[in-house]
Design a protein around this ligand. Sequence first.
Ligand code: OGA
Ligand code: NI
Length: 353
Amino acid sequence: MESDDCSQCFSTGQSAQERGLAHVPECYEVPVSERPSLNSPEAQIPVVDLTGLQLGPTHRPAIVESIRQACQRFGCFQVVNHGIDQTVLNKALGAAKEYFLLPANEKLELMSDDVHKPVRYGTSLKDGVDKIQFWRVFLKHYANPLNDWVQCWPENPPTYREHMGAYSSEVQKLGVELTGAITESLGLGPKYVSDKIEQGMQVITTNCYPPCPQPRLTLGLPPHSDYSCLTILLQGSPGLEIMDMQDGGSWKLVPNVDGSLLVHIGDHLEVLSNGLYKSVVHRAVVNSQKTRISIASFHSLGLDEKMEPAFQLVNENHPKAYKGSSFRDFLNFLSANDIGQGNICFLDTLKIE
Ligand code: OGA
Ligand code: NI
């Protein structure tokens, strides 16, 4: 019975998550030590007000300083007054929600476990391939420049391209701005990589976490850090937890702040900073009540452009701590490894002993 539940996931595109099972099939159970308590305390993540970031010397230095402190303490921060209108956020979340409500056969057209595909639908991480499956359904697509990719996005729901496209291009601009502020906070100036980010890869991942009958047994996403330089996350409701390295590695829930976006330091920023900033480890927990939607925008350099530690941050006391790597290197790693097992991560493969 249990194995039947799982074998159907990939072949039908109707994952256990979507079939309304009254129990969690065995292949979705995470080891006991990794199960969520579902009552993690809230993380005291700084909320950075971006008003005046572009206005130069009046406000910028204080904002950059708050970002520096947040990156050092948590590897993430929330932003408000980021310039993206609430209706744009709501419409993007609405478009994502409608997409996931489409009949399975329609979503199956984009279903693939090939991580190199620029547009793909799937469940878990690599459905039907990894040992443990996660309680998530997702749609991923490249998004920059928008005109090159938008015609590959789903045609249904009819507003999807317009609403997700509007959000994608705004969040891309924000990503470029924030990258400038972050490199400035590292003493590298605002232009250190922001032009490359502007020309670089943007991957939009919309995540859907359906209600789960036994949310303590499973996870929506396993603990991981993002490969990106920067991830900007829009969440429709709470469910994201970060690992607080300065509090014994305990899990903390990211609180809901109306209209905010969460900014994650990714692996490639850790590399660029030569370890001064750490990419934040996070996971998604699920609940039995309602579907949770989130939209993650991953910003990085071009597909084959290698991110290296900034030479200004490499010296006798801080020798070069990471090898260079590209987004394609990450995809190859993801394709070859089962990251849900928790014993291997991309960043570790970059560290120089
Ligand atoms: C991700 C991710 C978190 C969330 O897509 O990499 O970490 O809350 N998402 O959906
Ligand atoms: Ni992530």
